[in-house]
Design a protein around this ligand. Structure first.
Ligand SMILES: [Zn+2]
Length: 405
C-alpha cells in the first residue's frame, strides 16, 4: 500500500474539473446515459449464474477493449481491463461482480414498464456492470492520462457460494500495488460502504439409515433432526452489542412422502458486524445442530450414532473497516460535495470485504440510478438520474489516480 500516501489525492478536485479533458468526459456522460443503459440491458440478458459467468465476462471484455483498454481474462474467470498510468506500480481498481443469484434457466430478458427496467439481476449487478462500461467509455472519450493505472474488472464469485473467489484473485494479482479498491455494486449513490460485515455460510448435512414410513417407524429422521436443530438455534438470544443476523436459506432432503429420509441438508447464512460474534454464532449453530440430532435420537430411544452430522463451509467473508480518516473516504466526500450528492456511511457484505480485511483502502459504491427487489424475480432498475453515479465514479477514479499531462 506504499502508493497511497497521506496526501488525499494526486490532484485537488478543482484542478481535475477545470481540465478540458475531464470536461469532455462529463459532457459525454450527460448526453449518453442511454448508451450506458443499453450496455446494462445487454449484459443483464446474458445469464451469469455462479460458476457460469464466462459469456457475460466476454461481452464486458469486448466493451472494455472497444474503449482502448488492454483486456484479458484471468484463470478464475475475471475480466480485467487496464489503462496504464505513468506510474504503473500503483493501481486503482474498480470492480463489479458479474455473477447473479439466479440459476441457469431463469428468464433474464429485460422488460420495460414506464421508466423502469425489470429483470433478475438488472440492478444487482447490472447497475454496477453498466456503470463500469460507462466509465470505460467516459475515460476513452476524455482521452485522459493518469498517474496511477486504472484497472476495471468484472469479477466472478461474489454472490452465494462464490466465496469472493474473483476478488480474491484480483487482490492476489495486484497485491501491494493496490492503492484503492472500489466495488461497484448496485445502483444507490446514497451509500458509502466502508465496513464489511463478517459472514459465514454453512451447510449442515444429516444422514441416517432411512426406511419405510410405516414398517421402519422409530428410525431417527434426518429432516426432523434438522428441524430440532433449527428450533434450538433460533431459541437462543443473539448478542445485542453488535448487529448480527442469521438465515436458514434452503432445506432439502428425502425422496418421497412415505420414506424416512436417509439424508437432509440445510444451508445457513450468518452475518455480524464483529468477526468474533460471527465465530460465536457459528460455534452455537454447530452445537445446536448436534443437540438437535441427539434430541431426535433420544425421542426414539435410538442409539447415539444412528444419525451422522457433518458441516460444509460454503464461504467465509472476513470483516473489515475503512478508517474514518482514510484519504480514500476524503476523496469520495470531496466528490460528493462537488456534485451535491448526499451520502452516508453504510455497512454491508460485498467484494470490498476482502481488501478491507487485508488493510487495503476499499469501499463499495453504487453505479447510479435506482433499483430494488435484489435477489428476487421482481428485481427492477430505474436509470433516471444515473448520470450522477457515473460522474461520481469518474471523478473519484480520477482524483485517486491523478491527472498526467
Ligand atoms: Zn451485488
Amino acid at each position: 500500500m506504499a502508493a497511497f500516501s497521506a496526501r488525499a489525492t494526486e490532484n485537488s478536485l478543482d484542478k481535475i474539473v477545470e481540465d478540458p479533458r475531464c470536461g469532455r468526459a462529463l459532457t459525454w456522460i450527460d448526453s449518453s446515459a442511454e448508451w450506458v443503459t443499453s450496455q446494462q440491458v445487454r449484459l443483464t440478458e446474458i445469464p451469469a449464474p455462479e460458476f457460469a459467468e464466462t459469456r457475460r465476462a466476454e461481452a464486458l471484455r469486448e466493451i472494455f477493449a472497444a474503449n482502448g483498454f488492454q483486456t484479458r481474462t484471468d484463470s478464475s474467470g475475471n475480466v480485467i481491463a487496464e489503462r496504464p498510468g505513468s506510474d504503473p506500480d500503483s493501481v486503482i481498481l474498480l470492480a463489479a461482480h458479474l455473477d447473479t443469484v439466479f440459476s441457469g434457466g431463469t428468464d433474464v430478458r429485460v422488460k420495460r414498464e414506464g421508466t423502469r427496467l425489470l429483470a433478475p439481476g438488472i440492478s444487482d449487478n447490472g447497475a454496477g456492470l453498466g456503470a463500469l462500461a460507462g466509465l470505460a467509455r467516459a475515460i476513452a472519450e476524455s482521452d485522459i492520462r493518469t498517474r496511477k493505472t486504472i484497472v476495471l474488472a468484472g469479477d466472478v464469485g461474489e454472490e452465494g457460494e462464490g466465496n469472493l473467489r474473483g476478488m480474491r484473485a484480483l487482490v492476489n494479482e495486484f497485491g501491494s500495488h493496490l492503492a484503492a479498491v472500489i466495488a461497484v455494486d448496485g445502483p444507490s449513490t446514497e451509500f458509502i460502504t466502508t465496513q464489511g460485515i463478517a459472514s459465514r455460510r454453512i451447510e449442515a448435512v444429516v444422514t441416517g439409515p432411512g426406511g419405510h414410513s410405516w414398517s421402519d417407524f422409530g428410525i431417527p429422521n434426518p429432516i426432523s433432526a434438522i428441524a430440532r436443530g433449527i428450533v434450538r438455534f433460533t431459541s437462543m438470544r443473539l448478542s445485542l452489542s453488535v448487529r448480527s443476523t442469521y438465515n436458514f436459506g434452503t432445506i432439502e432432503g428425502g425422496t418421497s412422502v412415505n420414506s424416512i429420509p436417509a439424508r437432509a441438508a440445510v444451508k445457513v447464512d450468518l452475518r455480524s458486524e464483529s468477526e468474533a460474534e460471527a465465530g460465536k454464532m457459528e460455534t452455537a449453530l454447530r452445537q445446536a445442530m448436534q443437540d438437535g440430532l441427539r434430541d431426535e435420537e433420544a425421542a426414539f430411544d435410538a442409539p447415539g450414532d444412528a444419525l451422522k452430522l457433518s458441516f460444509v463451509s460454503l464461504g467465509v467473508r472476513p470483516a473489515g473497516k475503512l478508517p474514518a480518516d482514510s484519504p480514500l473516504l476524503a476523496a469520495v466526500r470531496d466528490v460528493d460535495r462537488f456534485l451535491g450528492n448526499r451520502s452516508h456511511i453504510e455497512r454491508s457484505s460485498t467484494d470490498a470485504n476482502l481488501p478491507l480485511s487485508l488493510g487495503i483502502p476499499a469501499m463499495a459504491l453504487g453505479g447510479g440510478g435506482r433499483g430494488g427487489g435484489a435477489h428476487t424475480l421482481n428485481e427492477w432498475y430505474d436509470p433516471t438520474g444515473r448520470e450522477l453515479g457515473l460522474k461520481r465514479l469518474f471523478l473519484i477514479a480520477l482524483s485517486l489516480a491523478g491527472l498526467d499531462r
